[in-house]
Design a protein around this ligand. Structure first.
Ligand SMILES: Nc1nc2c(ncn2[C@@H]2O[C@H](COP(=O)(O)OP(=O)(O)OP(=O)(O)O)[C@@H](O)[C@H]2O)c(=O)[nH]1
Ligand SMILES: [Mg+2]
Length: 440
């Protein structure tokens, strides 16, 4: 019996040691994994940064995967063309409109404009019921808005800017008969594009019908459409390569890495991607940033080592897709406030990417940020304006012991983002190892 007892004890001890070893191995393993979340509102560039991780540290995209992006690219071509066409009626721009022609000043009482009935005028101001419905989006309001940045609450709503050229375009739109009465290549091509069934799939060697591709080309060439494109902040248009219709619609077209970076596909499921960075396993979680997607985030909030929070710095003059009365930059600040000050992230490395600096620079040249952020009094230079927005985000952090690391990024530019990711990854690894040895 005694022997039996000691054998049992030996077996139990061996089992216990085995469990200890397993636990140690698991602990060691979990210490070697870096859990990184990509967070931020929709269209800020989270999935683009993930693509860059794959290109720079992973295996990139196989030929098969590249070809699979064709359907997304062609969908982008069609949705961009459709957005422009719908925006022509929403903004009241006639086809063939020349924004560079001088605006005539006339008070002629016989002017057709003055002959417009009051009912027409009101309908034109507000848009017809049909147009209003077409431009409305469903969204789920935020559960809690405890955001306390007073300036941002004032800035939340996009101001309506009086623009003589826009008014003149609307007048010409009314004169041309509005939505259904315009004739010529632009309206004809637009009708073809609008009639296309968007539920298509593309197999290798196939593409969209010629008639559709030609119609998209004609639409883009119209001077009224070009003017509408220049006013893209007033409606929803994705930042992608849709204007190269002829090239990307060729049946033999093979997407390049740059084209893949430029594609737009809204994320609707949380994905985990494992990538080795400096011999450490990074588990990168990419989430959907639209309001309706954010309820899926919380289950991933445990044991996070680092967060890269994406802001589209170029979106200062745009409203949210989900809510046409909220400025995108204010939405970004609001969401950052709740993420950065979340109790679970008190000790999490917080990195902010002020992304889309290429578009930001372009926009600044024609649209000063003070038009949308009237509390800003500084010069309209890239340096001053980018610093201003950076300081607004940093000021939201309520944990005095936590630092925010901020970078200005151009996520579709592999060279630029490679340099930034090298710094960021190094800093994450240093932060995590300091945490492991109890320095934090
Ligand atoms: N010009 C420019 N375009 C960018 C940049 N970063 C991302 N984009 C484009 O912006 C669009 C949106 O980027 P995504 O990466 O899909 O945005 P997201 O944050 O993942 O959006 P959700 O999945 O809806 O949350 C894509 O067409 C990208 O190619 C940038 O720095 N510059
Ligand atoms: Mg995404």
């Amino acid at each position: 019996m005694g022997n039996c007892g000691s054998a049992e004890t030996a077996v139990a001890a061996a089992a216990s040691k085995e469990i200890d070893n397993q636990l140690k191995a698991e602990q060691k393993n979990s210490q070697q994994n870096i859990k990184l979340l990509l967070l931020g509102p929709g269209e800020t560039g989270k999935s683009t940064v993930l693509k860059q991780f794959k290109l720079i540290y992973g295996d990139g995209y196989s030929q098969h995967e590249k070809i699979a992006f064709r359907t997304t690219i062609l969908t982008n071509v069609m949705t961009c063309a459709l957005s422009l066409i719908n925006a022509m009626d929403m903004l009241k721009i006639p086809y063939n409109f020349d924004p560079n022609a001088p605006i005539p000043t006339t008070d002629d009482p016989d002017d057709e404009e003055n002959a417009l009935g009051e009912e027409d005028r009101i309908r034109d101001e507000r848009g017809s019921a049909e147009e209003v419905c077409e431009n409305e989006f469903e969204y789920e309001p935020e559960q809690s808005r405890k955001f306390s940045d007073r300036n941002a609450l004032i800035e939340s709503e996009i101001p309506k800017i009086e623009n003589p050229l826009a008014k003149y375009a609307a007048k010409m739109y009314r004169k041309s008969g509005g939505r259904n009465k315009q004739t010529g290549p632009g309206p004809t091509a637009s009708a073809i594009v609008k009639g296309f069934d968007m539920s298509f799939g593309i197999s290798p060697g196939e593409t969209l019908p010629d008639e559709i591709v030609n119609a998209v080309e004609v639409v883009w060439k119209d001077s009224g459409i070009q003017y509408c494109y220049a006013r893209a902040n007033e409606y929803q248009l994705v930042d992608c390569c849709a204007y190269r219709a002829k090239e990307v619609c060729h049946p033999e077209y093979n997407p390049t890495e740059q084209d893949i970076l430029n594609t737009r596909q809204m994320t609707t499921t949380v994905t985990e991607t494992k990538i080795l960075v400096e011999k450490k396993l990074f588990r990168i979680f990419d989430v959907g940033g639209q309001r309706g997607e954010r309820k899926k985030w919380a289950p991933y909030f445990d044991d996070v080592d680092a967060i890269i929070y994406l802001v589209a710095i170029s979106s200062y003059d745009q409203v949210c897709l989900e809510d046409s009365s909220t400025n995108r930059m204010v939405e970004s600040m609001n969401l950052f406030d709740s993420i950065c000050n979340h109790p679970l992230f008190k000790m999490t490395e917080m990195i902010v990417f002020m992304n889309k600096i290429d578009l930001f620079k372009e926009k600044l040249e024609k649209t000063p940020i003070s038009q949308y952020f009237p509390t800003y009094q500084g010069p309209n230079t890239y340096e001053a304006c980018s610093e201003y927005f950076a300081s607004r985000f940093i000021a939201l952090n309520l944990f005095p012991e936590k630092s925010i690391y901020l970078h200005f990024t151009w996520a579709t530019d592999t060279k630029q983002i490679k340099a930034v990711l090298a710094i960021v990854n190094h800093s994450i690894l240093r932060f995590v190892s300091a945490f492991d040895v109890g320095l934090m």
